[in-house]
Design a protein around this ligand. Structure first.
Ligand code: HEC
Length: 160
């Protein structure tokens, strides 16, 4: 490895600090618009579970939304190839191993709520924003379309 001069090392450290500072200011892209008017509306009687589960139209809308809002950190189509965010296609992996159907459903609904809250409020650890909060940009219906898209790619239709 070539020996770096003091100023080269200083420049590298500054670059590192400036990228860290940029990610600490992560904000949700306010230009993202998700049209869910073709889907059933979310009302106060919508339960905790993803109301669009298995709806192919919602999955299509969600794919587009995901690629606008989430792909830069979770990979295009959630391919998770070296981006900063975790692999979202694995969120339900533990649930799918549960053989009792009622318990498995509870596990998945739990993940529905975890997903909704994670996206609405983002992820901040010790004051650093790892993922921005989307609640002012994406209404619940839009977030459910994204969950539906991710499920359409990851969730086995029958338990293993
Ligand atoms: C600026 C980068 C960035 C953007 C944009 C982003 N995320 Fe994230 N997301 C992350 C990071 C980093 C984590 C892990 C944070 C942690 O656990 O501290 C994360 C975590 C999550 C989690 C929790 C996953 C788990 O296994 O616990 C979900 C769900 C999620 N993101 C969904 C989304 C969705 C949906 C979008 C688009 C609306 C999105 N993210 C946009 C960076 C991002």
């Amino acid at each position: 490895m070539p020996k770096l001069t003091f100023s080269a090392r200083l420049a590298a450290i500054c670059l590192l600090l400036s990228t860290t500072a940029a990610s600490a200011n992560e904000v949700a892209d306010p230009t993202v618009v998700v049209d869910t008017s073709a889907l059933p509306a979310i009302t106060s009687s919508t339960g905790d579970a993803n109301p669009y589960r298995g709806n192919p139209r919602a999955a299509d809308i969600g794919r587009h939304a995901f690629n606008q809002a989430c792909a830069r950190c979770h990979g295009p189509d959630a391919d998770n190839k070296g981006q900063v965010g975790p692999d979202l296609l694995k969120l339900d992996r533990a649930c799918t191993r549960i053989t009792d159907p009622a318990t498995r459903e509870m596990c998945i609904v739990d993940n529905d709520q975890y997903f909704l809250k994670s996206v609405q409020y983002g992820k901040t650890r010790v004051g650093v924003v790892h993922m921005p909060a989307w609640k002012d940009v994406l209404p619940p219906a839009a977030i459910w379309t994204i969950r539906t898209f991710l499920e359409s790619r990851s969730r086995p239709t029958t338990p293993r």
